[in-house]
Design a protein around this ligand. Sequence first.
Ligand code: FES
Ligand SMILES: [Fe+2]
Length: 350
Amino acid sequence: MFLKNAWYIAAWSHEIGRTLTQRWIAGEPVVLFRKEAGEAAALEDRCPHRRAALSMGKLIGDTVQCGYHGVQLDCSGSCVRIPGQTTIPPSMRARAYPIAEKWQWVWVWMGDPALADEALIPDFRWNDEPGWVSTGGTIEVKANYQLLTDNLLDLTHETYVHAKTIGNNAIVEWPMTHRTEGSEVHVQRIMRDTPPPPLFAKVRGTEENIDRWQTIRFQVPANVSIEARGYPAGSEDLSQALRWFSINSITPVDDGSCRYYWTITRCFGQEDEALTELIHQSIHATFMEDVAILEQQQLMIQTDRADRKEIGVRADAGSVAARRVLDRLIRAEATSAATHGGEPALATHA
Ligand code: FES
Ligand SMILES: [Fe+2]
C-alpha cells in the first residue's frame, strides 16, 4: 500500500523532453513528456484500447499516438483520434496525472487530482537557493522505499557503513532527539568537540575537532532533508563551518524497488568545481554502501517467515515515528476510499 494523495518525484526536470519516458511510481505506470510549449505532462502509460504501453508510441504535437494501433490521446487523456472511425466513445481515455516542477525535479500527484496542492511538495528550497550549489543523482535500489527512509532517519549506521567518508564513533556516542509535528518528523543529534569524519576533514582541510550537527526533517511520503554542520569545536560560527543539506526523496517503484533521488547542496566554495566533484563522488560512493546493505536486507526480509518480529532499539525512534505518520495517512486514505467507494480522498497531510 502506498500513499496516493502525495507528490512523488518522477524525474529530474532535465530528463523530460519531447520523447516519451516511462516511469513506474507507487505501482502505477506513468508516461512523461513535454508539450510543444515546454510544459511537462503525465498520463497513465496504458493505452485505453488494448493496454499497450503508450511510452512505446510517439508524440504528435501535444498528443501521444499509441505505437500499437494508432489511437491518439491529448494531455488530458482524452482520445482525439481512432484510426478508421469517426466516433470516439467517451470511455476511450487515459488517466492524466497532476504534475509540477520544483527544486529541479518533476513531481507527479498519484491520488485524487482535486486534492493536488503544490504547497504539499516537500520543502527542498536549498536546491534552488541563491548562494548555494547542488550536485546529485538518481540510484535505482532493489529494496522497499521505506528501508531507505529508515536508513536516513537513523544515522547511527554511518559509524559502521560509512567509516571511509561520513562515519566515525562520535555518532553512536551522542544521543539523538526526535519529535513529530503533524505529518513531519524531526530528528537531531549534536556532537561536541569530536574528531571530524574523513570526508569532513578532507573538505575542510583540517583534522581539528568539530562540533557536528545533524538536523533531519522527514516529510511524507519519503522525503528526508538532513542539514549537516561541522563547526570548529566550541564555536558556532557559521562562516567557519562546513554546512550542507543532504536532500533525499525516494519514489517507490513497487513494493520491492525504488528510485532514490539525492542532492548535496552547500553554501561554501560554490565556485570550486573540484570540490563539487569530490563531494559528488564521495557521497555517491557512500550511498552505494547503503544500497548494498539495503538490497540484502530486502532479500532477508522477503525470504523470512512472515510472522517474525523485528526487535527495536533506541536509535530506531525517528524511523519508527516516520513510519507511524505514514501508516496513519495510508490508513486514512483506505478508510476514505472505502467510505466514498472510489479514488482515495484525503484533505491534507497536516
Ligand atoms: S493498444 Fe493502443 S491503439 Fe491499440
Ligand atoms: Fe547511509
